[in-house]
Design a protein around this ligand. Structure first.
Ligand code: HEC
Ligand code: HEC
Length: 278
């Protein structure tokens, strides 16, 4: 994972030329100041196909063993990136899978040609969908968040204590997820979650436990964005006790890493590709 690959991936992440009509970048849905989520329930694709699921944040996404809300087969960032680029249900960025249009566009830009050469010396900078995806993954693996108040031992004690007992079995470890699928509510025909992929009845309505890193800024919440408040997201859990919620929400607010949300290394790369750079 070279510096050159990361710099290239960062530029690609913010580049709307990755969508068929040039209007949508990865960053259109994954906004840094919201922990790389967005503020919408769902986000429509380039042709206006309604989004199906809420945009998740990307903090520490390098550590996820399984990606997306509901697909146990998507286990690498490389496999995931093809979904927004080429996916048909729904169409998001609308690019063809063969990558020819992508290669043609990026290859016109002298700065991209230099950046691909630096990032992929073994292929002398071949520009194709595979290299685009590898660079995007390299950039996303740098999106590390570990400077929230909770990391400094500054989370409110009352909420932390309840969380440890009632939440940490699923929201486990450093990123507050077990990377497993659980059914909190009865399955709905609109989105069967993991059951859609595995075809197993017991997976119907099961979704991957989301990481809670930066959760206070990634709303609305839940796989369908149906929870407009953290209180509603907690109420959607079986057996949720409303008396616990104020303390739990105070704890969740201590998971926001302001440094991460403003880190210039993850932002729009306005310093790249001036004449003579790259
Ligand atoms: C139209 C909005 C949209 C665009 C554009 C978009 N995404 Fe996403 N992204 C989503 C949604 C919605 C999900 C959740 C999908 C699901 O679970 O089925 C997601 C999920 C992800 C995940 C999985 C995160 C996790 O915790 O499981 C990664 C990684 C990701 N996107 C990266 C990218 C990259 C890289 C690009 C650009 C090539 C991109 N996204 C473009 C909306 C978008
Ligand atoms: C049985 C496993 C499990 C337990 C226990 C659990 N959660 Fe969850 N949590 C999940 C799953 C799965 C989702 C996603 C559900 C969905 O989208 O339909 C979720 C979603 C959330 C969300 C929304 C996150 C987002 O990005 O949309 C929050 C906040 C949350 N949980 C907090 C908590 C708190 C606080 C507790 C303890 C009171 C708790 N959870 C207990 C599995 C669990």
């Amino acid at each position: 994972m070279s510096e050159a690959k990361i710099a290239l991936g960062r530029r690609l992440f913010y580049d709307a030329d990755l969508s068929i009509d040039g209007t949508m970048a990865c960053s259109s849905c994954h906004e840094q100041h919201r922990g790389f989520a967005d503020g919408n329930r769902t986000h429509a694709g380039v042709h206006g196909d309604p989004g199906r699921r809420n945009v998740p944040g990307l903090a520490n996404v390098a550590w996820r063993r399984v990606l997306t809300w509901g697909d146990p087969r998507t286990t690498t960032l490389e496999a995931q990136a093809a979904i927004p680029l080429n996916g048909m249900t729904p169409v998001e960025m609308g690019m063809a899978e063969d990558g020819r249009e992508l290669a043609r566009r990026l290859g016109r830009d002298a700065c991209y040609r230099r950046m691909f050469k630096a990032a992929f010396p073994a292929t002398r900078g071949r520009i194709d969908q595979a290299s685009v995806i590898q660079a995007l993954a390299a950039f996303q693996r740098t999106l590390l968040s570990f400077e929230a108040p909770v990391d400094r031992g500054e989370a409110p004690a009352a909420g932390a204590a309840i969380f440890a007992v009632k939440c940490a079995s699923c929201h486990a470890g450093h990123d507050y997820t077990d990377d497993r699928f659980h059914r909190l509510r009865p399955p709905s025909a609109a989105d069967r979650g993991a059951g859609e992929i595995t075809g197993r009845f017991e997976d119907d309505g099961a979704f991957r436990t989301p990481s809670l890193r930066n959760v206070a800024v990634t709303g609305p919440w839940l796989h369908d964005g149906s929870a407009a408040t953290l209180d509603a997201a907690l109420a959607a859990h079986p057996g949720s006790d409303s008396a616990d919620r104020p303390a739990l929400i105070a704890f969740l607010q201590a998971l926001t890493d302001r440094t991460f949300l403003a880190d210039k290394r993850f932002g729009y790369p306005d310093d790249l590709c001036r004449p003579g750079s790259g």
